[in-house]
Design a protein around this ligand. Sequence first.
Ligand code: PXL
Length: 278
Amino acid sequence: MNFAYTIAGSEATGGAGFQVDIKTFQKLGVYGSGALTCIVSFDPNNNWGHKYFPVPVDVLRDQLAAALGAQDIRTAKIGMLGSPATIDVVSETLRSQEWDNIVVDPVLICKGQEPGQALDTDTALREKILPLATVTTPNNFEARTLSGMESLETVEDLVSAAQKIAELGPKAVVVKGGIDFPGKDAVDVLWDGENAYVFRAPKVGNERVSGAGCTLAAAITAELAKGATVKDAVAVAKDMVTAGIDARVSAKTPFDTVWQGAYTGQGNPKVSVEEFRG
Ligand code: PXL
């Protein structure tokens, strides 16, 4: 059995976080389990603002001890952590055993958190979690924050940002251009420490879809757990996200969510991969 583990927050509508990770793992044929770091509830009476409840660190420790004690888990995805105290526990746990793959989705801020606390959390993530990553998957905003670059307007910019972020410790970096990246394509770049690759698919609409980042990182995690290379894992993950956005689920929230169930695994002619030669 191939096991994939997630350390992430619950998002109660099922559109992001832990719920997306488990659905993605299942769809890609790996056995999923995980620990909850926090519980996020969008508030229907407050314009769907985020309510954030941290899971007490002792309860987080118990969850980690249960799963990692029960199964031989060597591949993990790290999602929203939410607080410096949580980051300390997760960092200790990651250092306490050997891993084949640690995929870090560097979720920097979640609405509903105090800005001061968010800054501490970002610093702790950068110092204590990112150096342990074998792959990290920043979005456009996170990549600008982590690289110190002001804007990401070209493929060259995405590659530079990925290379700068790799200097913080992760072996491979996937920078997602996303909806803010100019042009008709959704462009992601992988820097694997030696080569850069450019992944493209036509943008589907011009609105942000919730859960795309979580799905991408979870799918990379599942594919790595099955033994794929990082490049092949990213290609499958982008195919799944593209299919899932095409088949997105609308809701009363201001954003739609990804439907992981739409992925067929038949290969997607809309997704292209080429090596970047600067
Ligand atoms: O998409 C980032 C994200 C990750 N994890 C949780 C979230 C969100 C965004 O809402 O709630 C738990």
